[in-house]
Unconditional design. Sequence first.
Length: 555
Amino acid sequence: MLTTAPSSLRALATALSLLVLAAACGEAPSEPLRNSDAMRIDGMVANLTDTDGDGNPDATDPEPTLSNIYHYVDWTAASPGAGTASGTITLPGGATIGVQLRVLNPNGSAGSFYFAQTSGGTNYWNPNTPYLSGYVLNPPPSSDIIALTGGTTSSYVITFSQPVRDPVMDILSLGSGGDDALYDFDRSFQIISQGPGYWGGDSDDLTALPGEQLRGTEGHGAIRFIGSFPTFSWSAPNGETWHGFTLAIRGAADPNADYDNDGVVDATDNCPLVANGGQEDADGDGVGDACDTVDDSNADSDGDGLTNAQEQTIGTSPTNPDTDGDGINDGSDPSPLGDDTPPVITASVAGTLGDNGWYTSDVNVTWTVTDGESAISSTTDCGATTLSTDSNGTTYTCSATSPGGTASSSVTVIRDATAPDISFSGNVGTYTVDQTVSISCSATDAMSGIASSSCPGAAGAAYTFGVGSTTLNASATDNAGNASAASTSFTVNVSSGSLCALVRAWVTQAGVANSMCKQLANGAYGAFRNHVKSQSGKFVPADKAAILISLSNSL
């Protein structure tokens, strides 16, 4: 890791002071202070003919700017609870680059972060020394900061409005004493400066770990990402209450700037602060051996199944899981540097979709076969098909071949267009009060099965259903959503003979029962009821007496 604060920065400050003093005395310099290499600034006050050291005199240099001045994001809006923040990086000349933060939970829903300062507040970037180096000459401005909480499963996604090269992230208080915090990035990075900051700490509290991870134990400093890209992300799987960050880019810096004078310009140098003209990178992680503090030869930075070292050997990118962009990760791609994309096959299933994935109508299956890089040479079973009968699982498979390879795709369709069957059994239709009713109900579905049903039966002495008609109503719904209904009815009648049968079953004295049956046979229903009342609680149980009287009223 590099924590250099070169003496040339002090020379720069001295030079700036001399120029300001000269301006105060009415001798404003004709050119602003500019230099791409802080190591050459000591001789600049006396001779400002080529302030950025690119070999072009200032008078004719189209970009005589200080190449290691960084442009920080101005965070203008933030909603911590919704997990969003946005800002703008303004470059010299007025051009702007939009910056957006989104916090995503593993299921894709919006996460949250701790807080944000977008206008005023505490200047947590004080002191600014941890964020300065020969590579970055200016610290974060004002107090803009986004604060995150460690120990979550959320991902923090940064998106620029256009690709940027080697952006710098300033980090505040990553971890604390005895409570390490971790940032797990999806891109290669290197630590370019660190030191005690707002919350104290030491000069080595940030540590790069294999697998693009950064550990902090009260770490304040700056890291540089490797490459040109429009987005990157990271997670904070463990850590203390909060830690903060902001971002910066160099914009249109001097394309010839070469801070370490190794013959490789900063824009492409894998160690811009340490001379390494050969650009050796043994573990293929994008960080040159001269400044790489982590041995990730066994790491898989892009998660494609190949280690960084393996990717360097075969020529694939250790930071891009699909080097040839054919949709197959390098580790699974038989030709990761070539055109080996097989056809893309997509099934289209059309029909009336019921519940639980069941179709309740005829189902039409069609296929779309495409290959954006070569022509389709053959297809098998890729024509349109219709399923018109019920099925608990019919599978259709389409296969296609192109110069990029052979692919196949399958789809399984389940169809149930038949409503459940409801049936009643045991119903004889008409009963006398002395008979027994035994009717059962069943609901069945031969395909998807019964999801719910109301299927009542009837069982018991006929007189308990009352004299007259009784209707049983049933309904059922199957797992596909088909519904059906059915009903059955029966009638209970009373006659002198059927009522006499109840009398003989319930009256405990045979003579009394014979007398009551004669009254019923002769049609003396009033005398029958009086007789029953007189014997209630004696030879006729009281509850049975009430039933006999009630039934006799229907004669």
